[in-house]
Design a protein around this ligand. Structure first.
Ligand SMILES: [Zn+2]
Length: 297
């Protein structure tokens, strides 16, 4: 594993060559309180969308969400909260640096993990405990270049992730819009104990993905566990989740008729790089940013 994560991240501007075009907050800017309240409102709206029972993405305390505040901190769902019912006070603000240091050097023990999580909160007087998957969110918001992250356990996706053929089933792409919205491929993580071990595995998987595709993944799939959408906006997290759940339903449906007929790697690469699809992707993103801003007004 590559060491020096905090040093590597603080030395690295957010818009490196591997990061796709998009809107990023300037890292040196600190967010003001009204800015934080707007961000939390957007995070709450995204969480309600993901936790809506009709979407079958997460029930009870399943799943967790996060959003980057600035280069120094992020909000993450507190442990035990329901996505569908969470409000502004259901999120904890976490400082990146101690959390990433713990992720890199921390000892894997339940007691040490709890202490390190609590010590990473920007408000030590808060009674909230951060989600067990907080280090995974810290990674997705740094190494994964996301601004918003939505982790859920969609029934349609877990029908594949909990099957004998999970890896073979996701080995190819099924249709062009899957590529436009969800990227050239999902990143796949074999089953790993939740918390620190899982976050370390996800770190390796994201690094390998960037080496292969020269961009971070939009989708991370976790065997026997669930789904993560990495978005540049809350709306993009919703779009990625909706499109991948649709792809998962189609994939399962193909097994009634002989199994998936994947697009060829050449066709996948063509859709991913052709100028009109790139234009469509950028149009979708600008729509996303305009709509997110409207929601906050
Ligand atoms: Zn989970």
């Amino acid at each position: 594993m590559d060491l020096g994560l905090v040093a590597r991240l603080s030395a690295r501007p957010l818009t490196t060559s591997v990061v796709p075009t998009g809107v990023y907050r300037l890292p040196e800017k600190e967010m003001t309180m009204p800015g934080k309240t707007d961000l939390l409102n957007e995070l709450v709206a995204m969480s309600h969308w993901l936790g809506d029972p009709s979407r079958d993405l997460a029930i009870l305390g399943e799943g967790n969400t996060s959003a980057r505040v600035d280069d120094a901190s992020f909000f993450v769902k507190a442990s035990g909260m329901s996505l569908g019912e969470i409000e502004l006070d259901g999120f904890v603000e976490i400082a990146f640096e101690p959390m990433l240091n713990f992720l890199e050097h921390g000892e894997v023990s339940d007691n040490v993990t709890t202490e390190a999580f609590m010590a990473s909160r920007t408000d030590p007087t808060s009674s909230l405990r951060p989600s067990v998957e907080t280090p995974l969110h810290a990674l997705a918001l740094t190494v994964g270049s996301a601004e918003f992250v939505g982790h859920t356990h969609p029934t349609a996706v877990n029908a594949i992730m909990c099957s004998q053929q999970a890896e073979e089933a996701i080995a190819g792409r099924l249709f062009p819009d899957e590529i436009v919205v969800c990227g050239p491929a999902p990143a796949y993580v074999p089953y790993t104990d939740p918390g620190l071990p899982l976050a370390r595995k996800v770190w390796e998987v994201i690094d390998d993905y960037i080496d292969t595709y020269r961009e971070p993944p939009k989708v991370i799939l976790m065997q026997n566990h669930g789904f993560i959408a990495l978005g540049e906006s809350s709306r993009e997290v919703q779009n990625i989740t909706a499109m991948y759940v649709k792809a998962a339903r189609i994939l399962v449906g193909t097994y009634a008729l002989g199994g998936p007929r994947f697009m060829t790697p050449e066709n996948v690469a063509r859709i991913h790089t052709r100028p009109d699809e790139d234009y469509r992707r950028r149009e979708l993103r600008s729509l996303i940013f305009n709509e997110s801003q409207d929601q906050n007004e």
